[in-house]
Write a protein that binds this ligand. Sequence first.
Ligand code: AMP
Ligand code: GLY
Length: 423
Amino acid sequence: MRILVVGSGGREHAICWAISSSPLLTKLFCAPGNAGIEHEAECISIAADDYDALIVFCIDKAIDFVVIGPEGPLVDGLVDKLGNVGIKSFGPTAAAAVLEGSKVFAKDFCIRHNIPTAAYARFDKAETAKAYISEKSLPIVIKTDGLAAGKGVFIAETITQAMEIVDRIMIDRVFGESGKEIIIEECMIGQEVSFFALTDGEFVLPMITAQDYKRVGNGNTGPNTGGMGACSPAPIIDDFLTTKIVSEIINPTIAGMAAEGRRFRGVLYAGLMITDTGPKVIEYNVRFGDPECQALLLLLKSDFLSALIAINDGKITNVRLKWNDDIALCVVMASKGYPDFYEKNSVINSISEIENDDVVIFHAGTSWDRERRLLATGGRVLGITAIGKDITQARKKVYSAINRIDWPEGFNRNDIAESALNL
Ligand code: AMP
Ligand code: GLY
């Protein structure tokens, strides 16, 4: 089969890496891809949001199946657009991707279907939002309704901070139309877990879980990022919790979406807080997590592409996913300054010698220059990923690889999964 993967991050590298070993594959393309993805796929210079060009490419190259990595194209309806010209793809339609595209929709949906989530209120006027905040206890969480590249969520510790955030979102419109409406919600306390389930819109196939380390600094300090590391499975999840999450959150979500005429096909990623009163939805995503996907796919023993195709063909009940029982860890190396301003185009020296059977380096913001030097072109740049029989072993493999990476302009957290060592 001729496959196109859409996207250019570490998640898409992991997806290409997993698909590249499939017996079903004849040719793999990635649009636009990155320097590392070139190893597994032919990268084509079409942006992930250039939908017309992607469709022309798929028709020209007789693509059989498209796997879409990021949320933007899903929310914009790339699955629908491809479907209109008879091309199959993995992911939800725009009607179903609204679960991530609008936090207002997602929160109201949870209430309609009795799915546990933080108490909240929605506002389209700054004045009423501020009046509400002044009556609530702190800290309080403020979120833009629409997509904001992972930057539209704020945890305000003081009233002044909260008021400033409302002004920036609703008056200054720093997130444009995404900030037309906001959600203000209770701050939940607990451990976060990323829960992934493949689904055809009727049946659900839970995958393994992951824990994402979102803050930029060691000890969970500093601003939120897209994710500085991941550990799979999530250390705090056991069979009891998994069953509870599936029955109280995942199944009602998929059934609710079908009942509302928004049948959800693809991967549902529920961002959960495991609170004292049980698991609650923080947010829904309609695609794999990044860097969770990198850790998760390293543990998958079954053929990934066959599973995606079978699900798309309505044969999900035939799919059995086999997982390695070990632990996988991904530690992200990012450009110094990320998630704020960072310099581009610094040179990363010699990483090919570091990669071996035990350590896989997934690329995100990388490209080659004319002399075939590897350049860092993005915020998150490399995902150093390894499997170990336990967290200690996985950490040892990942961090000893990182110590050998010669990239002075890069940094990483040193404590990914460290807290889990004491569980
Ligand atoms: P989201 O984009 O909604 O997943 O939010 C980004 C991050 O903000 C989450 O991963 C949490 O760490 C944090 N967060 C969001 N909503 C809440 C909440 N209601 N209570 C506590 N933390 C939250
Ligand atoms: N790692 C968080 C996300 O992919 O949204």
